[in-house]
Design a protein around this ligand. Structure first.
Ligand code: BDR
Ligand code: CA
Length: 307
């Protein structure tokens, strides 16, 4: 089993990623860390606890992380138009009986990597602020983490919050630039591939027919996200499984085809803020950028695990 930490800004596709990971026997989830992004970090933590309760995985500890970008004011408004006012498609009802742990997200990440050198994979599907803070806390983790799988960036395709930038990178470009040049082994699962993995209304109907408390919750929640995607992004073709694809890559890296690049994150030019540019310089290229995905294999696997 692979030891993993999921770093999330929960979020509807984050919730789907949590469900996919929680139902995957290949993964041993050490804990879930939260960060601002789609919503506030307090809301992300609250939602994470609720989703883990729905998944009946109350034993998984949750660690709250950073509430703002590492070195600038917020650059991006929260994504309530995509994820709902509460971040989970307006399905939040009451708080979990559990609470987040007292340790910070960054300290937990460092502690776990130190405890199992070479064995911990972190799947980061929100802004990279917690990961940057973990590296600042203990720079040696860049050599002792097994791998960081990042949902973020748009290297060969347009962005989704600006013509150039993807939301997770845009939310904290300085943290992204820091992490992506840290030397850590990283697989970048960006819009280049995640916009090729779409869920449709047919799938939600199947979850509804399953008629379990979990499947109905996931269908209700995802319906909001799908509505927003159909209207604003895909013109009715469905919603992108961004964060679940990063989990899929952690389970089975062969689901994507990667090319090694050095990644530059634009942190200065206000028009291109958060743009991820790939440089094919073999001397410094060390980020495995996913450029192609076996969409049907991934979707089949995701659907077989989710409800
Ligand atoms: C990413 O941004 C967030 O809105 C999603 O949860 C995903 O992690 C997609 O750009
Ligand atoms: Ca996310």
């Amino acid at each position: 089993m692979k030891l993993v930490i999921l770093d999330v800004d929960t979020g509807i596709d984050d919730s789907l990623a949590l469900a996919y990971a929680a139902h995957s026997p290949e993964l041993d989830i050490l804990g879930v860390t939260t960060v601002f992004g789609n919503i506030t970090v307090e809301e992300a933590t609250r939602n994470t606890l609720v989703v883990l309760d729905k998944l009946e995985r109350e034993e998984i500890p949750v660690y709250a992380g950073e509430s703002k970008p590492m070195s600038r004011e917020y650059t991006k408004p929260f994504a309530r138009h995509i994820h709902g006012e509460d971040g989970i498609g307006n399905q939040y009802r009451e708080p979990s009986e559990r609470q987040a742990q007292h340790m910070s997200a960054a300290d937990f990440i460092v502690q776990q990597i130190q405890a199992s050198p070479g064995k911990v994979t972190v799947v980061a599907v929100g802004p990279l602020t917690n990961i940057a803070k973990a590296i600042q806390t203990d720079p040696t983790i860049v050599n002792t983490i097994e791998r960081l799988v990042v949902m973020g960036g748009a290297v060969t395709v347009p962005g989704n919050v600006t013509p150039y930038a993807e939301a997770n990178i845009y939310s904290d470009p300085d943290a992204a630039a820091f992490v992506l040049t840290s030397g850590m082994p990283i697989t970048l699962v960006g819009l280049d591939v995640t916009m090729k993995t779409l869920l449709t209304g047919v799938h939600l109907d199947e979850w509804r027919r399953e008629n379990s408390a979990l499947s109905v919750f996931l269908a209700d929640m995802t319906e909001f996200y799908m509505g927003a995607y159909n209207e604003i992004v895909t013109g009715g073709k469905g919603c992108a499984l961004h964060d679940p694809l990063a989990v899929g890559v952690a389970i089975d890296p062969t689901i994507v085809r990667t090319t090694s690049y050095a990644i530059h994150v634009e942190c200065t030019d206000p028009d291109a803020l958060g743009k991820t540019t790939g440089k094919h310089d073999t001397a410094v290229a060390h980020i495995d950028v996913a450029l192609d995905v076996d969409s049907s294999r991934f979707l089949k696997h995701f659907l077989s695990r989710i409800v």
